[in-house]
Design a protein around this ligand. Sequence first.
Ligand code: NAP
Length: 310
Amino acid sequence: MARKVAARKIALVGIGKIAVDQHVPAINASSDWDLVATVSRKGQVSGVEGFTTLEAMLDARPEVEVISLALPPVPRFAYAWAALQAGKHVMLEKPPGATLAEVHALQALAREKGLSLYTTWHSRMAHAVAPAKAWLADKTVTRAHITWREDVRKWHPGQDWVFEPGGMGVFDPGSNALSILTEILPAPVHLTGAELDFPANRQTPSAARLNFTGSVTADFDWRQEGPQTWDIEIETPQGRLALRTGGNVLEIDGRPAAGENSIMGEYPALYARMADLVRAGESEVDLAPMVHVADAMTLGRRVTVEAFEF
Ligand code: NAP
């Protein structure tokens, strides 16, 4: 591919499933970015110089301005810290860290260094999220329910890290739903109770049922085979809103109202936002979805269920 004139030089770290499926196509399709290096112990992107350590990439390619981290949450912090220390703007995959405190530490470092830090939440960029937020803005929510049921074997094939401490289990996809909820609700809610299903051989839950203030509930399950369900249904005195297919399609009172049944707009929108943040010298750090996850892990009742194998 021809190099883009005036595009900012970016390096992508962690060449795994989401880097290949979404990050690389989104960067390559954008005139804002020029992907000049990758860092991954095993992964490669054809036509792009690959390094196996961040240090080697930083030494060899000092012109890189922005580093995008598509690693799992636990190893991500050390890379983010080193990238900011080296004077690079940083973009974090979701969930933005393994803990809240480590993201606060990154936020403080980015501020001190005058760098942009972006905690991305790709589901917030789904086609129907902005119209749903606009429709709800002047309404009172009387009830809301999230159904987020998908097949972990399809979306995280063989990725044992999702069941290790910090991998977050079903909250890995569940945080996508919570990122939409926290974006569109006209008033914030907080968690009041949770029940978490832990497979007997795993460290993170494979299913969770959550209760929030304001009659908001959620049902997350990673064991769903066949059709996948990513729905948020909200009742107001003025009518019913439903977001289907992960926030990409909006229905009002059962009729299609906005959106497009495709997830392919999310990552291009994240990279466009990162370009805007760097241009403006700003950061965007929003931990609201992760606060709900941390609260569920703190308050949740643990139920041991059948062992899980990929
Ligand atoms: P993945 O394929 O398992 O991991 C991405 C890459 O990170 C791996 O290929 C690996 O590359 C590197 N890596 C893994 N563990 C590491 C470690 N301990 N130290 C250093 N590097 C390590 O995971 P993924 O599915 O792409 O998910 C990565 C992030 O994207 C997660 O936060 C996830 O929530 C998010 N995400 C995933 C999806 C999805 O559909 N899977 C969708 C949206 C967002 P090397 O071995 O080559 O170093």
